[in-house]
Design a protein around this ligand. Structure first.
Ligand code: SAH
Length: 218
């Protein structure tokens, strides 16, 4: 039996309800996530599942993160409207689009040229003009735009990459999934203070690994 068709408004309400029930409670983050439709970031077969709280496959063997994880990571960053933010792992561009609603400027890097190209097309269509998407190995950061107020890494590293910590401002916050790929990873929040780095561990997650060099597009 077919399920009754759901209206856009119902789908949106369910989407926001799922975020709240998983701990995304910051009003600014919820507003940003309400303003950015996840649909355009998912092409092909899985497009109809865009409003479910699930990670989904995208091109180049990568995944778009689960919306509640996007929400929790964004919330943990405590972004101010004047902030310059660096994201490593553009993927679909969805996380960058959310960041662009909260920050002054967003730089996002992916090692797959195709993902960067497709994300740029969506940013243009949605008039998100404060995002710069770059193809590079993001584990080196982006020294020409450093330092950053906030840094978010959306691929798992064994340790928070040193060059990224170096490119974080004093008073800045970085969120990064840490752990071996295919085992349990944890989201770590790092605060840089005048006295050094403070770490706190958030929830367990599963991300694709942060890899070296540029990727082969598929
Ligand atoms: N933030 C994305 C999901 C990221 S999936 C979204 O909102 O859809 C992780 C991404 O990290 C993949 O696209 C992968 O290509 C990228 N990645 C992995 N290692 C990288 C590296 N060293 N530099 C830049 N990007 C990397």
């Amino acid at each position: 039996m077919n399920e009754p068709a759901q209206s856009d408004a119902e789908r949106k309400m369910q989407f926001l309800y799922a975020l709240r029930s998983k701990g995304v409670t910051d009003a600014r983050v919820l507003n940003a996530m309400e303003a950015v439709d996840r649909g355009p970031f998912i092409r092909g077969l899985f497009a109809e599942r865009a409003y479910e709280d699930m990670p989904l496959p995208i091109a180049c063997g990568q995944t778009i993160s689960q919306p509640s994880v996007v929400g929790l990571m964004t919330q943990a960053l405590q972004i101010n409207p004047r902030d310059k933010v660096l994201e490593i792992g553009t993927g679909s561009g969805y996380q960058a689009a959310i960041l662009s609603k909260l920050a002054r400027r967003v730089y996002t890097i992916d090692r797959h040229r195709r993902l960067v190209r497709e994300a740029r097309e969506i940013f243009d269509t949605l008039d998100l003009n404060n995002i710069t998407a770059i193809t590079a190995d993001g584990s080196h950061g982006l020294s020409e735009q450093a330092p950053f107020d906030r840094i978010i890494v959306t691929a798992a590293a064994e340790d928070p990459p040193g060059p990224l910590l170096a490119q974080l401002k004093v008073g800045g916050i970085m969120v990064v999934p840490v752990g071996q790929s295919d085992t349990v990873q944890h989201l770590i929040r790092v605060r840089k203070t005048a006295d050094g780095l403070e770490y706190d561990e958030m929830r367990a997650v599963r991300f694709v690994p942060l890899l070296e060099g540029l990727g082969k597009d598929t």
